[in-house]
Design a protein around this ligand. Structure first.
Ligand code: SAM
Ligand code: SF4
Ligand code: SF4
Length: 339
């Protein structure tokens, strides 16, 4: 079955990219995402029966692909590799006709163990998050003292089974801006694209301040001084990262500038949380419950109508309006919807 059908939101944006969070749990406590003092031992994580099952995720994904026009799937979390038997889900999703791309974002700590089975299940691409090559800095950021080498081993294992690997580095002023150049040089050498991400005001827990944002402009200027860069065209409309190439090479980097250079106009992403809530923006306060409808016996056509109505009503453009917003409302946590 083809997925040429499209549904457009109020700002004429199609739905193309579905991000599926498979767990709200994580073995890291990154300071900008799940600070340890808030996500402590008593934090009420979701129970097993609150999570969508693999069968429910597969059914929903199939409807998203065949009826709403989704083409790309990204598995995320929390830490997706903490969900038991994840390769079984990857296998189910990669077998859906019309899925053009399936990727996963992970902190990499469990990747060395699972890379082979993920690849065999059909995972083509993996994005590994790593914010520093310095053990002291990285251990502090991840809040669990996990070593850089653990993540590098995961990256190596994924590359060894021919998965395409990209690296995500969140840059926060005073946390790791001095790591930009070492990270850029290291991954240029390794041949993996690194994407620098501006620290974002997602959720309610990370004590975000505009002053802590190390901007795209600063990131590019820092790298350009040492390794000259030139801007290059996006790969496709709606690409989140702005691309640059090291002059005279084919090696590239990306910068994701949600704060200083918003890209809401082309945002074609929806996010499904582990407990089955659909979020039409990373900065949403509420998610639309899909779990009850799916468990209450609706057929595929009814579910498709329900999902289409949600996308049709969408008019989110938080990052473009950020400067004008005066009252802070409670927002979904990044660890619930996975970035
Ligand atoms: N646990 C996995 C990981 O870390 O890759 C997947 C989920 S994590 C929420 C997805 C991405 O969001 C990661 O690359 C992480 O660095 C990024 N992220 C989390 N909080 C962020 C924030 N406040 N600002 C910018 N990026 C953030
Ligand atoms: Fe966990 Fe990823 Fe959030 Fe870090 S960014 S706490 S690894 S979910
Ligand atoms: Fe998309 Fe919301 Fe981010 Fe804008 S702020 S790019 S609408 S997720």
């Amino acid at each position: 079955m083809s997925n040429e059908s499209s549904i457009f939101d109020q700002l004429n944006r199609p739905l193309r990219d579905l991000r599926i969070s498979v767990t709200d749990k994580c073995n890291f406590r990154c300071s900008y995402c799940m600070p340890a003092d808030i996500f402590g031992p008593d934090f009420p994580f979701l129970s097993r029966k609150e999570l969508l099952s693999f069968e429910e995720i597969e059914r929903l994904t199939s409807i998203f692909v065949h009826t709403l026009g989704v083409k790309k799937i990204r598995i995320t979390g929390g830490e997706p590799l903490m969900r038991k038997d994840l390769p079984l889900l990857i296998k189910k999703l990669s077998s859906i006709d019309g899925v053009q791309d399936i990727a996963m974002t992970t902190n990499g700590s469990l990747l060395a163990k699972h890379a082979k089975s993920l690849k065999e299940a059909g995972l083509q691409r993996v994005t590994v998050s790593l914010d520093s090559l310095n053990d002291e800095i990285f251990g502090k950021i991840n809040g669990r003292g996990v070593s850089v080498q653990t993540v590098l081993d995961g990256i190596e294992a994924a590359a060894a089974v021919d998965m395409k690997v990209k690296i995500n580095m969140v840059v926060k002023r005073g946390m790791n801006e001095q790591e930009i150049i070492p990270m850029a040089s290291f991954f240029k050498e390794k041949g993996h694209i690194i994407r620098f991400i501006e620290f974002m005001d997602v959720g309610n827990s990370n004590d975000w301040k505009l002053n802590d944002v190390y901007s795209k402009k600063q990131i590019i200027a820092d790298i350009d001084k040492v390794m000259p860069l030139e801007a290059i065209e996006p790969n496709y409309p709606g690409e989140v990262a702005t691309r640059y190439r090291y002059v005279g090479t084919n090696e590239e980097i990306g910068v994701i500038s949600s704060v200083t250079d918003a890209f809401c106009g082309s945002c074609n992403r929806a996010r499904l949380s582990a407990e089955g809530k659909l979020y039409t923006c990373l900065f949403s306060s509420i998610g639309h419950d899909i779990r009850d409808p799916i468990r209450s016996g609706l057929d595929d056509n009814q579910l498709a109508d329900y999902l289409s109505a949600i996308w049709f009503k969408r008019n989110d453009r938080y990052s473009e309006e950020r400067g004008k917003i005066t009252r802070k409302t409670k927002r979904v946590e990044m660890s619930r919807i996975g970035g």
